[in-house]
Design a protein around this ligand. Structure first.
Ligand code: MG
Ligand code: MG
Length: 598
């Protein structure tokens, strides 16, 4: 199917929007009238720009408050329409969106509405233009797609059809099955948007919270299925009004937008991209640091040993059990300071995973970082984190570890930590929904519920993605970014242990610094759960936090933050699926108090 995007969905001036849409790979655009009005380019120049970029102009929108009004008013509306039809000829676009009237002058009279739309269509036909009539969910008298279609059917003119908009249909709670009763050739246009499920005024909901398909709570794919079965063959076009996208950079938003359409087409069987290859574990987490000492000290205190060094690069492998941390002191570290730069995902088919990612527009990273390195399949996540699809010591596949040479006589000083439990990746504030869609669609991970957490700088949203057995867990977070002297927004690496108290003690006794937690927290814990005094005292002493769900308990504590990263030690009962979210405000407040002072 051809893909299109309304210019209103992207930020910037019209030419920037067009460039972003074309670069992402869209076939066409809907020109939003306000974008044209604000542009210094003439309609002919906009037409030429689109042609240069290889974009068709699929729709001009919107024309408002046309139908079912007093006749003198309708006369003025026809005059206005004629102006717009001339403009559309100059632009080279043949379909106009007319949305159902919200005018206080409009009357509740379907026959009159049909009569007026027929008159409009007759005029449009003289200009070689088609009119697509759309029911706004807040239209004064016409607010559902089936009502709009009844009027179009009654008007019975070849230049008049309907425009379906998934937001208006699903926000009204209409049953989209009835779409199949509309002849496909009378569906002139299909606009797609998703939205989070919210109880709010539908106009505000539409103007501020629309999102790309797959990012919200609507069954957009189900709706598209009905539209296809009706016989629609026009473009799939995104029309998303969203406060966040309006402020985010147009280029990345356009890529995320197109990815959502690619995933949508796959889910309704229109395309067959390479299947997702679900990762089966976390092979490594790669930290970059300009200052190797503090990170090494923490890793050592945690019981890790530096077991190997990369043959050609300043990268060390630190290991304990199946938990592996790469410490990279290369150029990126000097630029960005200490942080989490890349994640190695254990993959049953690394090349297949990369093909899947590439087909869904993930930027592919160079396969070899140096000529002698083993080829590694890697892509960049929306936040820039490198995702390496790799195999660790599996005979049938080349192992990334073959690039490393063992360091003599080093073995971990502890066996208390056995793997990485989860990684917490902070997302730029405007990329939260895209990040969740990316990790779900590209990696084939399942998304858990989104949770809101209060922190001293505002509200933090967090959503985890995970594979079926929980061997890959990534917590995606977004929130107000504290400034650098507030410590910045940190990422973290959570390490799994079966005996948290012993692991935390060992870390502290080896000189490690655990994040102290307020005494009030432990008073609250004593009220909520039946701990012995000894247990509670131990938790207080080590800064151990506690959570429980129906299936088990979760105990966790934190190291102090180095640069933009810290470690978490976690002891998770098999059934517990969370991340201690209810403790996050306590942890965030403790980190706020302990932030580095400059
Ligand atoms: Mg619309
Ligand atoms: Mg965590």
């Amino acid at each position: 199917m051809r893909t299109s995007i309304a210019t209103v969905s992207l930020s910037g001036a019209l030419t920037e929007k067009l460039t972003a849409a074309a670069r992402a790979g869209f076939d066409g655009v809907e020109i939003f009238e306000n974008d044209l009005l604000a542009s210094p380019l003439s309609p002919e120049e906009i037409r030429a720009r689109c042609a240069d970029l290889g974009l068709s102009i699929d729709l001009y929108q919107p024309m408002r408050d046309i139908e079912a009004v007093p006749s003198d008013e309708f006369g003025r509306n026809l005059r206005r329409a004629e102006h717009k039809f001339r403009l559309m000829r100059r632009l080279g676009v043949d379909t106009v969106l007319v949305c159902s009237s919200v005018s206080p002058l409009a009357v509740d009279d379907d026959a009159l509405a049909a009569f007026h739309l027929r008159r409009l269509a007759e005029l449009a036909q003289d200009f070689g233009i088609r009119v697509a009539y759309e029911a706004l969910a807040w239209g004064r008298h016409v607010s559902t797609y089936d009502h709009a279609w009844r009027i179009v059917e009654a008007a019975d003119h070849p230049a008049l059809g309907t425009c379906l908009d998934s937001f208006h249909i699903l926000a009204r709670g209409s049953d989209p099955k009835g779409i199949e009763d509309i002849p496909g050739e009378k569906i002139f246009f299909l606009q797609l948007a998703d939205a989070p499920l919210m109880a709010m005024d539908v106009l505000q909901w539409s103007r501020h919270y629309r999102c790309f398909p797959g990012q919200g709570g609507f069954d957009v794919a189900g709706l598209v299925g009905h539209v296809m079965r009706a016989g629609y063959r026009g473009p799939l076009s995104l029309e998303v009004f969203n406060d966040v996208f309006r402020q985010a950079e147009a280029g990345p938003t356009a890529v995320d937008a197109l990815r959502s359409l690619l995933v949508l087409q796959e889910s309704v069987g229109l395309t067959e991209p390479p299947a997702p290859v679900v990762p089966t574990g976390i092979a490594f987490a790669e930290l970059v640091t300009p200052d190797v000492e503090p990170v090494s000290e923490v890793l050592e205190a945690l019981g890790f040993a530096r077991t190997a060094r990369h043959r050609s690069k300043p990268v060390d492998l630190w290991q304990q059990g199946e938990a592996r941390v790469l410490l990279n002191t290369g150029p990126a570290a000097r630029r960005d300071g200490t942080g989490l730069a890349a994640v190695g995902l254990e993959s049953p088919d690394p090349a297949g995973a990369a093909r899947r990612a590439e087909s869904l527009l993930a930027p592919v990273l160079p396969r070899r970082r140096a000529p002698e390195d083993a080829p590694l399949d890697a892509v960049a996540a929306p936040d820039g984190t490198g995702l390496f699809f790799c195999a660790t010591d599996r005979p049938e596949l080349p192992s990334w570890t073959s690039d490393f040479e063992p360091v003599a006589h080093k073995s971990p000083t502890s066996d208390g930590i056995y793997r990485i439990d989860h990684l917490a990746l902070t997302q730029p504030w405007h990329q939260f929904d895209e990040a969740a869609l990316f990790h779900r669609s590209v990696l084939g991970l399942g998304a858990q519920e989104s949770v809101d957490v209060a922190d001293p700088y505002g509200l933090l949203r967090s959503r985890a993605v995970t594979n079926a057995d929980g061997s890959v867990r990534i917590a995606l977070g977004v929130g107000p970014a504290p400034t650098a002297d507030q410590g910045g927004r940190a990422q973290h690496i959570a390490l799994a242990t079966d005996d948290l108290v012993t692991a935390a003690r060992r870390f502290r006794d080896a000189g490690g610094c655990l994040l102290p937690i307020s005494a009030n927290y432990y008073d609250d814990l004593a009220a909520k759960y039946e701990f012995t005094d000894d247990e509670l005292e131990t938790y207080r002493e080590l800064g151990i936090l506690y959570d429980r769900d129906a299936d088990g308990a979760f105990r966790h504590c934190y190291t102090e933050t180095i640069g933009r990263v810290f470690f978490e030690l976690v002891q998770r009962d098999a059934g517990y699926r969370g991340y201690g979210a209810q403790n996050a405000p306590v942890r965030l407040a403790a980190q706020h108090i302990r932030r580095p002072v400059h």
